[in-house]
Structures are given as structure tokens and as C-alpha cells.
Ligand binder design. Structure first.
Ligand code: SF4
Length: 387
């Protein structure tokens, strides 16, 4: 068995391979396989898996891609991620991808789907509208028709007709994937010194670009390692980081937070891989109904979703309590409208509940962390010294 260090190294390489080599190699093994890119944050990858496909999370170029042409496509006052994605598209990093799915997160993602159309990328481009109505007979029916549309597009490419059996099997594999990730987060909750947040990030992000079967094997190996004692507990505060659900923070930023005296025991990085809370049913004659039910009733919360009956400020405080956090760090991408519009509501809830918090902005290619490290360090010290 590989060492934990080797596994993390492999995951880092996979996670930041902007040429998606493992996915392309997987596709080359069978002419009926398809690759479908999806933008953050959530898409039910189960439907692509059942249709002989691999859903690839496109998280942007991060700090590993110089943006030259991408800036020409967007005004200056929007977030950074779509510029990186356009740059990747123009430099043909998505060569061999059959389709692209743009979930309805915000206007920026909507515009990005239009640009992919202009650029003639892939064989289909789907702007996937998520229901904002959480009634099964309204939002649920709509959501099912959106997923069916994706399947129809894939069938036009590879002729694969999915059956209930196939889709239930795929749902089972992703249930396993989510369960393993949750187990790792739960172990970190108790023993956060056993694996750093940055290493965990690499491990989870690798799962966005490789087959779920391979990722489940990796997660099982990681679990074996971190169930054993390792590392030394340090005198750090426990924090929850929120706001980073779409454009991902640079790894240096995640490291800076932990180096400045915090253990990140909960976060919303790569949220799509943990969207469904609990298992999705695998015994239904209509498994798309099961996916829809899960989205409507058992999804996590995020700024990209407006669920008036399930206020996110209450869910945030519950999560902070569950993870026994000492404070909350609001870290959002610059110009991210959904995150920044939510912050006043979420921060007011923190003030009303006497929960300490700090807030700052980042870009996926931010390279200097000195100021953030000082801010986080002061936050950590103030809690340790005066709580
Ligand atoms: S980072 Fe925010 S504004 Fe940018 S694409 Fe994502 S949700 Fe939209």
C-alpha cells in the first residue's frame, strides 16, 4: 500500500492537472465513454456515471494558469474563476470533452455558458437551472426534466440508454464516496492534527477529476491511515471557513489559516462533492426521482440556493455548534455576489449568537498571504487569550 504522503502527492497532481490526463486516458479505453465538464459547485454526477460518462469538476485555473486572453472576455468587476476557465478553453485544455454543464449559480456562470456556445466547445452545452421552489410537484418535476435533458444529450453522443438498475448502482457508488469523505471530516473533527486541511483538500479535489471507483479506493486508504494516531496536537482554535463554495481559495490561503493558529474543522470548499446529506435512495424504480428528492430535502446550504423555509443562517450556526468551533472565517472570492450578499445576514446571526468571526476576500490566484495570516493570527490569539 502507498504511504499517506504518496497518496496525497498523487492527489495533488490529479487535482491540479489542468490537462485532465487521467480523465482523457479513461475515455480512450472505450469509444462509448464520454467526458462531461461541470462548473462548480454541485451537479449529480451519478447521472453521467450511469450513462457511461465521467463528470469532471472544472474549478478554474487557480494560481497555475496565467490569464492573458480570459481578461478580454469579462469586465474587471467580477470574480476571477470564469476568466481562468475561458483561458483553459481557449488553450484547448478541454479537448476531448463531449459536453459542459453550467449549474445556475449566478449570472457569471450563465454568461460563461453563452461564451462556451460562441466558442463551439463540446457537443452540447447545458445551462442547468436548479429549482428555487422546493415543492416536489413543482420544483421536483422541473429538476427531473432538467436531468433528463442532460441524459438525452449524452444518448445522442454515445447511444447509451440508462436503466434504473444502472442509475441505482451509480447512486450507490456516490453514496459510498460521500460517506467516506464525511468519515474523514468526522475524524478530523476529533483529531485535526492528523491531516492538514490542505492535504484533505487535495484528496477531495482529486475526486472531481477521476472515476468515483478510483476515488473511493483512495479515500478508503486515507481512512486507514488517519484512524491511527499521528502528529502532535497544537494549541490552535477550531474554525469553520465559509464563502468558498465556488471559486476555490489558493492552497497557500488554506495553509496560511492553519499556520496562523487555526484548525479548519469545517468548510465549504468543493461543496459539490458533499452536497447530498445522507444517502440517496438506491431502491427506486425512478432513480431520478431519488436524486430530485435528495436535492429538495437533503441538500446542504449555500449562497447559490435560496430556500426560504430552511434559513441558511440557522444552518450555519447549527454546523458551527456541531463542529464545536471557536469562530467562523468568512472567506469569499472578490466580487462574488451570492457570497457577499449573504454575509450581512450570516454575520448578523453570528453577532446575535455571540460567535466570533472575521471576514476577508481572496482570488483563486492570490499570491500574498501575509496580511491574511496576520488577521487570522490576531483572531486566533484574541480567542485564546480572552475567551
Ligand atoms: S465565485 Fe461567485 S460570482 Fe463567481 S462564478 Fe462563482 S458564484 Fe458566481
Amino acid at each position: 500500500m502507498e504511504s499517506l504522503k504518496e497518496i496525497i502527492g498523487k492527489c495533488e497532481e490529479l487535482a491540479f492537472d489542468l490537462d485532465f490526463k487521467r480523465a482523457k486516458e479513461w475515455k480512450s479505453q472505450d469509444p462509448k465513454r464520454v467526458l462531461v465538464g461541470f462548473m462548480p459547485i454541485y451537479f449529480p454526477r451519478e447521472v453521467i456515471h450511469a450513462a457511461n460518462g465521467l463528470a469532471i469538476g472544472i474549478m478554474g485555473g487557480g494560481d497555475r494558469k496565467q490569464i492573458v486572453k480570459g481578461d478580454a472576455y469579462y469586465q474587471s468587476y467580477i470574480c476571477h474563476m470564469p476568466r481562468g476557465i475561458i483561458e483553459l478553453a481557449l488553450d484547448n485544455h478541454f479537448e476531448g470533452f463531449d459536453g459542459f454543464i453550467f449549474p445556475s449559480i449566478c449570472d457569471v456562470i450563465r454568461n460563461l455558458s453563452g461564451m462556451f456556445r460562441f466558442l463551439n466547445k463540446g457537443k452540447f452545452i447545458k445551462y442547468l437551472d436548479y429549482p428555487q421552489n422546493f415543492e416536489a410537484h413543482i420544483g421536483g418535476v422541473f429538476y427531473k426534466s432538467e436531468l433528463q435533458h442532460v441524459l438525452d444529450e449524452i444518448k445522442k453522443i454515445n447511444g447509451v440508454e440508462i436503466t434504473a438498475e444502472k442509475l441505482n448502482h451509480s447512486i450507490g457508488l456516490f453514496n459510498e464516496n460521500r460517506k467516506l469523505i464525511k468519515q474523514i471530516y468526522d475524524i478530523r473533527d476529533k483529531f485535526p492534527w492528523r491531516i492538514t486541511a490542505a492535504d484533505l483538500y487535495h484528496i477531495v479535489r482529486a475526486g472531481m477529476v477521476i472515476p468515483v471507483e478510483e476515488h473511493n479506493e483512495i479515500l478508503n486508504q486515507v481512512l486507514i491511515y488517519i484512524q491511527q494516531e499521528m502528529g502532535v496536537p497544537l494549541d490552535k482554535i477550531r474554525v469553520l471557513v465559509i464563502g468558498a463554495f465556488c471559486e476555490q481559495p489558493p492552497i497557500g490561503l488554506i495553509r496560511a489559516i492553519e499556520l496562523a493558529g487555526c484548525y479548519i474543522v469545517e468548510d465549504d470548499f468543493l461543496l459539490g462533492s458533499r452536497w447530498a446529506q445522507g444517502d440517496i435512495r438506491t431502491d427506486m424504480d425512478d432513480p431520478i426521482e431519488a436524486l430530485s428528492e435528495s436535492y429538495l430535502n437533503n441538500g446542504t446550504f449555500s449562497s447559490s440556493v435560496y430556500d426560504v423555509n430552511n434559513p441558511k443562517e440557522v444552518r450555519l450556526l447549527n454546523l458551527a455548534k456541531e463542529r464545536r468551533t471557536d469562530g467562523i472565517i468568512f472567506a469569499a472570492p472578490s466580487f462574488c455576489d451570492p457570497a457577499l450578499l449573504d454575509h450581512p445576514i450570516l454575520q448578523k446571526a453570528c453577532i446575535d449568537s455571540n460567535i466570533r468571526f472575521i471576514s476577508f476576500l481572496y482570488s483563486e490566484n492570490t499570491g500574498q498571504f501575509k496580511v491574511i495570516k496576520e488577521q487570522v493570527g490576531t483572531f486566533s490569539d484574541s480567542i485564546k487569550l480572552w475567551e
